[in-house]
Ligand binder design. Structure first.
Ligand SMILES: Nc1ncnc2c1ncn2[C@@H]1O[C@H](COP(=O)(O)OP(=O)(O)O)[C@@H](O)[C@H]1O
Ligand SMILES: O=P(O)(O)OC[C@H]1O[C@@](CO)(OP(=O)(O)O)[C@@H](O)[C@@H]1O
Length: 383
């Protein structure tokens, strides 16, 4: 069993050195094995249809055969999610995995999600209730206490690189907010270090998938659903909403969205310090309902394979068809929720801490995540 303190010795690094002890897997494995040991209620690495997705060599079509041959190249992908909590990152990336699984060009890919929140829950809560923040040093989400949160993210990243290096997956999704430029610089640096290492068997191409949600009805609905995750299993609904709203405000105060300027600077840096790794960027805004100029960019590496081009094409199709495929049901759910309907496995109401009378969820939520909350969210001092 490892203790939280063990993490302190496990991730001494900054954006200029190499974080990952891939050459020293023993120390890494003990930590990861420990948190994977009791992962049943909330898997730390999500694999959809994994058992059906090994590299199948019974080709059913010329396209599939071509893909299998191309797989003999050493391409792997890391999809770096970027976005505020409750913007829909996990949901959209699960949809992406489904899409890749259904596209004949990419159906053979083994995709895995590496979620920093799940690692945090395993290591910091260890089955105990999460401490509510209340400005204490326990508040991981207050930027002044961000060190611990960074360690969970780095540990998750380390796990992800090890799994890629061991050929356990072809595309890894790094599911964290990755909401600061410093964090993203760190991830891209680690990718360059990996790719530049002659002992590595694979070449990893980075893809940024930025997911944002500005529509207030969507944000409220998403926050409502977040209050049913493991962080709040023992908390009254109102407490959970207040805590999550505070978390979101902390993130807002430091969030720097990914932009064309940042994209270009990583491309330039990659060319300067190592072989050009390529870089791709896609965005899903308000479940695909909104578009923004300069919210995507493609930079193919000079030696891009047909396989890489097919995967990028498939992701591009996924993003452009997102609202058509997924948004209808989502909007329906948001509207039902606003009218007081919730899925049948949940009650319509919550009991507030100071009052045993049942109150509709939407009423509690609207009382906290109100118009004033949204207005203050955009003021840096609010948290
Ligand atoms: N595109 C979407 N389609 C359907 N539901 C969504 C979508 N985006 C968000 N949600 C809802 O909001 C909740 C929070 O989204 P989630 O994907 O966990 O956000 P994040 O990973 O950014 O924290 C989900 O559980 C889901 O109920
Ligand atoms: O380290 P960053 O990039 O903030 O991302 C990880 C954090 O994102 C969150 C945001 O709420 O993920 P999750 O929604 O999966 O629970 C936190 O739980 C988690 O600790």
């Amino acid at each position: 069993m490892i203790l939280e303190e063990d993490l302190d010795s496990g991730s001494k690094s900054n954006s200029t050195n190499s974080l990952f002890s891939l050459n020293n897997r023993d120390s890494y494995s003990s930590i990861v094995d420990d948190y994977l040991a009791d992962a049943d209620e909330e898997p730390t690495a999500l694999t959809l249809n994994y058992s059906n997705r090994g590299r199948r060599f019974s080709a059913v079509s010329a396209a599939a055969l071509q893909q299998q041959q191309d797989l003999q190249t050493n391409d792997k992908l890391v999809i770096v999610l970027v976005g505020l909590p409750a913007s829909g990152k996990s949901t959209v990336s699960n949809h992406l995995i489904q899409h890749l699984g259904q596209d004949p060009r990419t159906a053979h890919m083994r995709c895995k999600t590496f979620n920093a929140g799940q690692v945090r829950r395993k290591l910091s809560c260890r089955g105990r209730p999460m401490m509510l923040a209340n400005n204490s040093s326990e508040d991981l989400f207050n930027p002044k206490n961000s060190q611990k949160k960074e360690k969970y993210a780095r540990l998750t990243l380390e796990h992800m690189f090890a799994e890629l290096d061991q050929d356990s997956c072809d595309a890894a999704i790094f599911d964290a907010t990755n909401s600061t430029e410093a964090r993203r610089a760190f991830i891209f640096h680690q990718l360059r270090v990996y790719n530049a290492d002659a002992n590595r068997s694979y070449h990893i191409t980075p893809v940024v998938l930025q997911v944002s949600c500005t529509e207030r009805a969507f944000v409220r609905y998403n926050i409502h659903n977040k209050t049913f995750n493991q962080d709040y299993f023992d908390k009254p609904y109102e407490f959970a909403v207040r805590d999550f709203a505070k978390r979101l405000a902390h993130y807002h105060s430091q969030y720097i969205p990914f932009t064309t300027a940042e994209f270009n600077s990583h491309v330039v840096e990659s060319k300067l310090v190592s072989e050009d790794n390529g870089l791709f960027w896609f965005s899903v805004i308000n479940a695909g309902y909104s578009c923004a100029p300069n919210s995507a960019a493609l930079h193919f590496p000079p030696k891009a394979t047909q396989y890489l081009s097919s995967v990028i094409d498939s992701i591009q199709e996924f993003v452009s068809s997102y609202s058509g495929v997924h948004a209808h049901q989502y909007i329906q759910d948001v509207q039902d929720f606003a009218k007081g309907k919730t899925p049948s496995n949940r009650t319509l109401t919550a009991t507030t801490p100071n009052n045993s009378t049942a109150v509709p969820y939407a009423a509690i939520l609207h009382g906290i995540v109100n118009e004033d909350y949204f207005t203050r969210l955009h003021k840096p001092s609010f948290a």
